[in-house]
Design a protein around this ligand. Structure first.
Ligand code: PNS
Length: 161
């Protein structure tokens, strides 16, 4: 039987505890989990894709079966290269649903064999998003409970006066 490979795709700018919670929920369900970091030339990010990959790699070091790869272009093309058929996405609230539903159907339209599986994070992490983490960190707020210490340190370095 071929290995069950899941691709958890996103921007991860930066990765936060909600993302890590989804990765940990995914691990028992699949043989391999590939965290796929979007490298988007057209959109400016706080951390470069190289920085995001390095940060995530550090957090995956003690999570066997997981690895991180950056990709550009269509997710379905990346999935084909990885020989993966399952996209993982986190669903935090109803507000996420419309965008996620549209994206899942577009990916199915492009590649009918690919399925999107939605996982729900721990309830106390449902309010965490990368954009809010960036905003709080930018103005010197405390994000230590929302991100891994290595990510908090990277944010502090980034926003240091
Ligand atoms: O964390 P995000 O920003 O919500 O992740 C969105 C992501 C990276 C999964 C999505 O933008 C994506 O798959 N981009 C690659 C381009 C693509 O395939 N677009 C068509 C999908 S509808």
């Amino acid at each position: 039987m071929s290995a069950r490979v899941a691709v958890y795709a996103g921007s991860f700018d930066p990765i936060h505890n909600g993302h890590l919670d989804i990765i940990d929920r995914c691990r028992p369900l699949f043989d391999k989990v590939i965290v796929a970091v979007l490298h988007n030339e057209a959109k400016s990010a706080l951390f470069s894709s190289e920085e995001r990959v390095a940060m995530i790699g550090e957090l995956l070091a003690d999570r066997p079966g997981c690895r991180v790869v950056s990709f550009s272009g269509l997710l379905v093309d990346f999935m084909a290269r990885m020989r993966a058929r399952t996209v993982i996405r986190g669903l935090r609230a109803v507000s996420d649903f419309e965008y996620e539903f549209q994206m899942a159907l577009m990916n199915r339209n492009l590649a009918p064999k690919i399925e999107t599986v939605f996982l729900v994070p721990a309830f106390d992490l449902t309010f965490v998003s990368s954009s809010l983490v960036r905003e709080v960190a930018r103005y010197g707020g405390e994000v230590g409970e929302l991100v891994h210490p290595a990510v908090a340190a990277a944010l502090r370095r980034h926003y240091a006066p």
